[in-house]
Design a protein around this ligand. Structure first.
Ligand code: CAA
Length: 240
C-alpha cells in the first residue's frame, strides 16, 4: 500500500482530478467531501477511491476524520488542501456570514488539517503538503474580497509552514490555479466569464487535470527540494 494521501474536496472538480492523479502515483487516496454525497459515492464507485464526509472548516470534525484515517489506513503522508467555496458579491452586498464561510472553509481548513497531520509527518520525517490557492489570491478579483483574502492567506500560510517543515522532510507548497472548467467557474455569470476567458493568453479555461499535474509533481517522493513555492497554473492570465 502506498503512502496515504488526503485530498479535501477530493470528489468533484479540481479535487477529483487530484485524487485520480495521486491514485495513479500509487498513493492510498482518501477524498473528503461535505455537500454532495451522491457525487462522492458515484466517484468512489467509479474509481475505488475511498471517500469520507466531514466539514473541513470544523476543527473537531477534522480531528475525528484524521484519527479515523490513521486508524484505517495509517499516517497521512500527503495532504492536499483543496476544499473551497465562493460567496461572491461586492463588498457593499457581502454579509459577515459570507466572509466567515469563505475564510473558514478555504483558509481555516488549511490550518486545521496542516496542524492535525504535521506531527505524524514530523515523526515519519516525510510530508508533502499542497495548498490550493488561486490566481484571485494573487491578483485580486472584483466581487471576491472574501475569496481573494482567503486565497492570499493560503499563499502566506504555505511559506510560513514551509519554514517549519523544512528540517523534518516536510515540503509545503501552493498551487495558484487560474480559471478552471469546474462547477465553481461555471457559476460565474456567462458574460463576466467570457471577458475573463478573453484575457487568458492560452485561450481556454484550464482543465482540472492541468492542476492535478502540478500536484503530482509537488507531492512526488523525490520533490524534497521544492518547498515554500507557489506554482501558478493559469494559462498565462497573470504573470509577475
Ligand atoms: N471590474 C470592474 N467593474 C466590474 C467588474 C470588474 N471585474 N465586474 C462587474 N463590474 C461592475 C459592473 O460593470 C457593474 O457596474 P455598473 O453598475 O456601473 O453597470 C457593477 O460592477 C455591478 O456588476 P454586476 O451587475 O455584476 O453586480 P452584481 O452585484 O449582480 O454581481 C458580482 C457582482 C457578484 C461580483 C458578479 O459580477 C460576479 O459574479 N462576478 C464574477 C466574480 C468572479 O470572477 N468569481 C470567480 C469565481 S471562480 C473562482 O473563484 C475560482 C478561482 O479561483 C479562479
Amino acid at each position: 500500500m502506498g503512502r496515504v494521501a488526503l485530498v479535501t474536496g477530493g470528489t468533484r472538480g479540481i479535487g477529483q482530478a487530484i485524487s485520480v492523479a495521486l491514485q495513479a502515483a500509487d498513493r492510498t487516496v482518501i477524498a473528503s467531501y461535505f455537500g454532495n454525497e451522491e457525487a462522492a459515492l458515484a466517484f468512489s464507485e467509479a474509481t475505488g477511491i475511498h471517500v469520507l464526509r466531514f466539514d473541513a472548516a470544523d476543527f473537531d470534525a477534522c480531528a475525528a476524520a484524521v484519527a479515523e484515517i490513521e486508524d484505517r489506513f495509517g499516517p497521512i503522508g500527503v495532504l492536499v488542501n483543496n476544499a473551497g467555496i465562493t460567496r461572491d458579491a461586492t463588498v457593499a452586498k457581502m454579509s459577515r456570514d459570507m466572509w466567515d464561510a469563505v475564510m473558514d472553509t478555504n483558509l481555516g481548513s488549511c490550518f486545521n488539517l496542516c496542524k492535525l497531520t504535521f506531527e505524524a509527518m514530523r515523526h515519519a520525517n516525510f510530508g508533502r503538503i499542497v495548498n490550493i490557492g488561486s490566481v484571485n489570491g494573487q491578483a485580486g478579483q472584483y466581487g471576491q474580497v472574501n475569496y481573494s483574502a482567503a486565497k492570499s492567506g493560503i499563499h502566506g500560510l504555505t511559506r510560513a509552514l514551509a519554514l517549519e517543515g523544512a528540517k523534518f522532510g516536510i515540503t509545503v507548497n501552493a498551487i495558484a490555479p487560474g480559471y478552471v472548467d469546474t462547477d465553481m467557474v461555471r457559476a460565474v455569470p456567462s458574460e463576466v466569464l467570457a471577458k475573463i476567458v478573453a484575457r487568458i493568453p492560452v485561450g481556454r479555461l484550464g482543465y482540472a487535470s492541468d492542476i492535478a499535474r502540478g500536484v503530482s509533481f509537488l507531492t512526488a517522493d523525490d520533490a524534497e527540494f521544492v518547498t515554500g513555492t507557489t506554482l501558478s497554473i493559469n494559462g498565462g492570465q497573470h504573470m509577475y
